[in-house]
Design a protein around this ligand. Sequence first.
Ligand code: SF4
Length: 222
Amino acid sequence: MEKPHVVPPVHARIVEGLERIATALKSDDWACAQSVGLNPTQLAILRALETRNRGMAVKELALLLGVSQPTATDSILALERKALVEKHADPADGRAVRVVITGAGKDAVRSGEAAPGAVAKATAALEDEDQEQLLVQLISVIRQLQEQGAIPIQRMCVSCQHFQPYAHADAARPHHCTFVDAAFGQQDLRIDCRDHETADPSVRAATWMEFEKDRSPNPPGD
Ligand code: SF4
């Protein structure tokens, strides 16, 4: 007898979807990295350093990119040989070293970003409202991954000490950033902000509760 057709649960199909997107992203990354004579890990290192003026320790880079320290070290050596990064003594710890991007490294990042990849084009083709909803859902998933300890704390608004969710009555720009002292909208929420400062765990939890509560389409009592 033919087995009944079993539909996998929603979360499993979402993961299937993310896997398809990850495959396309990998291909985009290869094309982008090759266009500037690098491999994807080397380009990812340059991208991470480009928004961090103080540079990063090798361990921090490895954690952020989800690669082993030897892999990060090899990639950094290759980038150093190409004069795209430099190692500087850490002013806070003379024995430690920080990796810093050079001007040529920044040029390489800009050249690689000149042509948008397939995933960037597909995302840009979505309606504005759909882009906003997708952004918020991705932030939720990334936050869950942080909570599980699967990835380090990312530089997102929802984990930033400058973020005040729904501080304003203006539905188009309800949030406030105390760093720039300005209101901003849901579509401006950041995933990798160079001005991010990590809030304490208790503040992060309270901020997330506020963000979740007020973005609900049916707040309690409606
Ligand atoms: S500093 Fe950046 S991450 Fe923090 S709230 Fe402002 S925009 Fe968001």
